[in-house]
Structures are given as C-alpha cells and as structure tokens.
Design a protein around this ligand. Structure first.
Ligand code: PLP
Length: 390
C-alpha cells in the first residue's frame, strides 16, 4: 500500500480514541496513563470539563474572524499572559516554530533600527527551536538541519551553559543583537541551565545592548512549577516564546516582549491568517484560568519533585542508567544507548512515554497528575528499563 502520509514520523501502531484526565483509551479499548501529554501539550489532561464546556460554547459563537478586524479574545488573552509573565506586548501565532520566527524577526528589526545591517543571533549547541528554515538554523542539532542547506544566515553558535564562550563572543564578534536560549533544553535531552547561567546571560545581554530571547515553548505554562522557568530568578527576558500547553491541544503560540523589544513591529511587518483567532485565544485564556483553579503549578512542583525522587530511587542503581534529572514535571532519564524501543515496551505495560535526544526517556505528564498515578509510571519504568538494558 502506498502511504498517503509523508514519512516525517515513525508512529507506534496505537491510536487514541478518547481521554479523560491523565488517562487515554486506544481504539482497541486498552487503557494507558498518559505520561507525555502529547509532548508537553495537554497540561490539563484530556477532556477537562471546563475546557470542553468552553469549546462547545465558543464554536457556536465564532471560530475565526480575522486580524483585519479587532479580536477582543486576543486582547483578553494578551492581558492575562502579560500579567502572569510580567511581559508587555504579545503576538499570537499557531506553533512554537512560528513564535520563534517572530522572536528572530524582532531581534533582526531591533538590529536594523540600531543600523546593524547584518544582525546576528547567538544560539546554543543542543538547542531546539522548531522546523522552519530559520528555526532549524537556530537549533543546535545537525539531524534537523541536514538536507535542508543552505541554512539561514545570521546565527552564531555557543556551547550551552558556557558563560566564558558568551563573554568571548561579546569581545570579538561583530553585529550580535541577541542571545536565544532555552531554560531547560527539552529536545536536547532535558538539560537544565546551571543556576547562575540565565541571570548571567541577562547581564551579558545588558552590558552589550543585546536582546535576551527565552524559548519557553516546552518549559512554559507551568511545566516547571512556575508559569515560566525564568521566574525562578529575578530577571525578565526581552522576548519570551510560549506554545505547546498554551492551548491544551489547540494550536496557538505567543511571542511576548518587554522593555526595549516593545513596539518594534509596525503594521505590515508581521502577521498570520490563523494566529490569534477567537477560538484558540478564548480557549487559551480558559486554560490559564483553569490551571489556576486546579492549582496546577503547585501540583507540578510537588508531584514533579516526588516523581523525580521516586525515579532516582528506583533507577539510578541500574547499570546503563546514566542520570535522572528534571524540573517540575519535565523529567529526563538518560540511558547509555538509544532507547526508542522503550516507547512500545512501556505502552504495552499501560504507560505512554516519550523519548528525546536518542538516549533520553522524557516524562512530561499532565500537570494535574496525582502522586498515585505517578507511582504507576515508576513501577512500569522500573520493570521495563532493566528489561530493555539487559
Ligand atoms: N522550541 C522548543 C523549546 C520546543 O520544545 C519546540 C517543540 O518541541 C519548539 C520550539 C517547536 O514547537 P512546534 O513544534 O510547535 O513548532
């Protein structure tokens, strides 16, 4: 049979028919605990009653209007997002890559306004920022770039967590306008910034008149226990990107700015047909309000710390397990070998997981998951990982 889908993925033969909270059922009726939430997307779990009710009401009112008109739902969501982030202005798009494209364009515009005609953005080894041409260039992984050359100009790469490398760039490089960085490299294997790294990056940006762009597409919206991971520190980025859990499954992303990144675009500089539509914006606002009502951030912090400790206890003594690390409900288990086969082994035992960076099992369950439910994840992984490593 000719496959009618381009083979960009290599999916497991499991199809989800319905879900409820952290549980899903496949088309054969088998039940699973969802420990990857559609790759850090369905933070409120599946079919949360408040979101279902809101969606049912909103689709009977209006789904799409246009950015040619005023969209009140955009204003309401932007107001809420600026409140929870401390940022000042927002552009809405449909995916993480698009939010990052917006950030990259803003940084270039900032450079051009300063008469830098060849603006350069410093990006990190191991980074992942998306699949458009500019964002694969910004990503620090040859596998996402190979075959798509020529890549986009205007990026300079530095090792992650290496402040001296950034200081050397500040001394020697011309035309730098921004540093773009993730607080935890999710696709890069759940690798967190060192404690002092982000505040020092902020300082380096300030000393050199550069913008600090934080990609919180995976870490944001409560995943690490705060709305955004930078809020564990006492600084703000100039540009912040968010997507994934923002719409709990509806495609919406946001690029937020603050301070010297405000007001860089003028009408006609940037846009999106679907971006900021009433359905996605009103739902994202309902998602944020529901995360607040559910106390989901505190849960992510508490259950995340519990799950991490349980996993460390159960797995670290196993030969072949290199590290168990994470922040909130973004947890990685690094093994000594490629581990994609674990997806099916774990699914067979009733737990859906994801893997990343080849050798890392990544757990990004819904933020409303309970301690009892995470016990099932630990039990299953404590069984299948040793089997797999044998
Ligand atoms: N940035 C980060 C940190 C991500 O983790 C991802 C997706 O995994 C993206 C950007 C790209 O987002 P999207 O797939 O929605 O374009």
């Amino acid at each position: 049979m000719t496959d009618v889908l381009m083979s960009t993925y290599n999916p497991l033969p499991i199809s989800i028919e319905r879900g409820e909270g952290a549980w899903v059922w496949d088309t054969q009726g088998k039940k699973y605990l969802d420990a990857f939430a559609g790759i850090a997307v369905t933070s409120l779990g599946h079919c949360h009653p408040a979101i279902v009710k809101h969606l049912q009401e909103q689709v009977t009112k209006v789904i799409h209007s246009s950015n040619i008109l005023t969209v009140p739902e955009q204003h309401a969501l932007a107001k809420k997002l600026t409140q929870i982030s401390g940022m000042e202005q927002v552009f809405f798009a449909n995916s993480g890559a698009e939010a990052n494209e917006c950030a990259i364009k803003l940084a270039r515009m900032y450079g051009h306004n300063k008469k830098i005609s060849n603006p350069t953005i410093v990006v990190m080894e191991g980074a992942f920022h998306g699949r458009t041409l500019a964002t694969i260039t910004a990503s620090g992984n040859r596998r996402v770039q190979a075959g798509f050359e020529p890549l986009v100009q205007g990026f300079l790469r530095a090792p992650y967590n290496d402040l001296d490398a950034l200081r050397a760039i500040a001394k020697n490089a011309q035309n730098v306008v921004a540093i773009m960085v993730e607080p935890v490299q999710g696709e890069g294997g759940v690798r967190a910034a060192d404690d002092n790294y982000l505040p020092e990056v902020r300082k380096i940006c300030d000393e050199n008149g550069w913008l600090m762009i934080l990609d919180e597409i995976q870490t944001g919206m409560g995943r690490t226990g705060k709305w955004f991971a930078f809020q564990y520190h006492d600084f703000k980025p100039d540009i912040l990107t968010s997507a994934k859990a923002l719409g709990n499954g509806l495609p919406i992303s946001a690029c937020l700015v603050h301070g010297k990144a405000d007001n860089l675009f003028k009408p006609g500089n940037h846009g999106s047909t679907f971006g900021g539509n009433p359905l996605c914006c009103s739902t994202a606002l309902k998602v944020i309000e529901t995360l607040e009502q559910e106390n989901a951030l505190a849960n992510a912090k508490e259950v995340g710390a519990y799950l991490l400790a349980q996993l460390q206890d159960a797995l670290l003594s196993i030969k072949g397990v290199i590290a168990v690390r994470g922040k909130g409900l973004l947890i990685g288990i690094e093994l000594d070998r490629p581990c994609r086969d674990l997806l099916a082994m774990s699914a067979e035992q009733g737990v859906l997981i994801s893997t990343t960076a080849e050798k890392v099992v990544r757990l990004v369950p819904p933020l409303i998951i309970t301690k009892e439910q995470t016990d099932l994840i630990v039990n299953v992984l404590a069984r299948v990982i040793p089997q797999f490593l044998q």
